[in-house]
Structure formats: structure tokens, C-alpha cells
Design a protein around this ligand. Structure first.
Ligand code: FES
Length: 122
């Protein structure tokens, strides 16, 4: 298996992506920011941003994945399943839930005046 995505997120300038209301609850949208495909999700009243490329296929599909939750160490956490091979990733950390050590880049998000912004993690 060859992984096609570097886990080190490229620097991302803080950028307004869209209005929060443009993202249906429980789903994601894809934005092109500084040449990077970023998947932005609105789930459980929160907003998450991850690299859009599925690391197992190199295809930009994560924004179209099904979101859901899982339990780890007694904690409920959120995840997204790639629409291609159904690999799942933690929405907060980008970690693969099936393959330890594999992860997609994650970005910082904030909402301001009803808009979603993403940028690099500090
Ligand atoms: S979402 Fe585009 S190929 Fe599956």
C-alpha cells in the first residue's frame, strides 16, 4: 500500500470558506485554499477542517464522506468515512481509525459572524 498524502499540513492562510449555513449539518464541503483541497465539515454544532485527499487512494473525496461518531476510551468522538474505500478518520485529529500512523492533515477553524474560517493550526 502506498500512501499519497503527507501528514504535515502545508501552511494555510486564514481564509473565509463560506457561511456556516452553506454547510448542511452532518456534511462537508470542499474548498480550494492556497492550492490545497480542504474538507470542511459541520457536525454536532462544530466545524472541522481536514485535508480533502483520501490518503489511501490520493483522491479528493473526504468532503463527501459520511460523518458519524465512535467511542474511544469512553469518549464519544466524531469521524468521517471516505466514500471510496470507507476508511474512517477522526475529525479532530485526522487519524485513521483502521491504520495506526496514517492521518490526514487537520486545520484550525473558527466561526465569525456566521462565517466559517480555516487556517493553519498554531
Ligand atoms: S465522492 Fe467523488 S468519487 Fe466518490
Amino acid at each position: 500500500m502506498t500512501l499519497t498524502v503527507s501528514p504535515i499540513p502545508p501552511a494555510l492562510p486564514w481564509t473565509r470558506v463560506c457561511a456556516v449555513s452553506d454547510i448542511l449539518p452532518g456534511t462537508g464541503v470542499c474548498a480550494l485554499i492556497a492550492g490545497q483541497q480542504v474538507a470542511v465539515f459541520r457536525v454536532a454544532g462544530r466545524v472541522f477542517a481536514l485535508g480533502n485527499l483520501d490518503p489511501f487512494t490520493g483522491v479528493g473525496v473526504l468532503s463527501r464522506g459520511l460523518t458519524g461518531s465512535y467511542t474511544r476510551d469512553g469518549q464519544t468522538r466524531l469521524k468521517v468515512a471516505s466514500p471510496l474505500l470507507k476508511h474512517t478518520f477522526d475529525l479532530e485529529t485526522g487519524e485513521s481509525l483502521e491504520t495506526p500512523g496514517v492521518r490526514v492533515p487537520v486545520y484550525a477553524t473558527r466561526t465569525e459572524g456566521g462565517d466559517v474560517w480555516t487556517g493553519s493550526l498554531a
